[in-house]
Write a protein that binds this ligand. Structure first.
Ligand SMILES: CC(C)(COP(=O)(O)OP(=O)(O)OC[C@H]1O[C@@H](n2cnc3c(N)ncnc32)[C@H](O)[C@@H]1OP(=O)(O)O)[C@@H](O)C(=O)NCCC(=O)NCCS
Length: 170
């Protein structure tokens, strides 16, 4: 395939972003959401993301969005401000072509530039691809929460991974 281009997401990308995400909702434990994300909620989510600190990025190939990633607040309380959480969703037809690594590399760089001290990734413990991708990029497993989720009739463990970025307190 020709090379996908990464760029900041725009409002017009939200339907494609939502379609990529909603494919997984009824099929996968990669999201613990049980009902599809509405466009209204997706638009509200987008408004909470600002390009400088909490960007949404997309991978575009020949005019189509084939993956996206975001940096989001890890927790709302103000003292969590040095920490940020990464999410990545690749269109199901485009797995294992290096896109996840491309997007995560870009998000790590953006998190560093924004001055965050650490980057968190969460994954259901059965999500081998997500965990392997993060570990291959230096994230370390720092927490394993037992049976905190319930989807498809199965109790699910959650793993948190962390990449220290090293920014000093400001
Ligand atoms: C997890 C996900 C983002 C990986 O993206 P991807 O583009 O398929 O992954 P890449 O091709 O960039 O793979 C990078 C590395 O991740 C690991 N990896 C990716 N898929 C894997 C799989 N199915 N099994 C094991 N390791 C895997 C490998 O280490 C791989 O390196 P390698 O190909 O040199 O062996 C993608 O599978 C996806 O979108 N899944 C659904 C959503 C999700 O789980 N998101 C993460 C939670 S936010």
């Amino acid at each position: 395939m020709t090379s996908p281009q990464l760029r900041l997401a725009e409002e017009d990308d939200l339907p494609a972003i939502n379609d990529i995400y909603n494919y997984y909702v009824p099929r996968s434990t990669c999201t613990y959401q049980l009902e599809p994300e509405s466009m209204a909620d997706r638009e509200a989510w987008f408004r909470e993301h600002q390009p400088d600190r909490y960007p949404v990025i997309v991978a575009e190939l020949d005019g189509d969005i084939i993956g996206w990633g975001s940096l989001s607040k890890f927790r709302l309380r103000a003292a969590y401000a040095p920490t940020v959480e990464a999410s990545i969703y690749i269109h199901h037809d485009f797995h294992r072509r290096g896109l996840g690594r491309l997007l995560l590399t870009d998000l790590i760089e953006r998190a560093r530039r924004a001055g965050f001290h650490s980057l968190i990734g969460g994954a259901s413990a059965d999500q081998v691809a997500s965990i392997a991708l993060q570990e291959s990029m230096g994230f370390r497993r720092v927490a394993h929460l037992v049976e905190v989720g319930l989807k498809f009739g199965q109790r699910l463990d959650v793993i948190y991974l962390q990449l220290m970025l090293g920014a000093a307190p400001t």
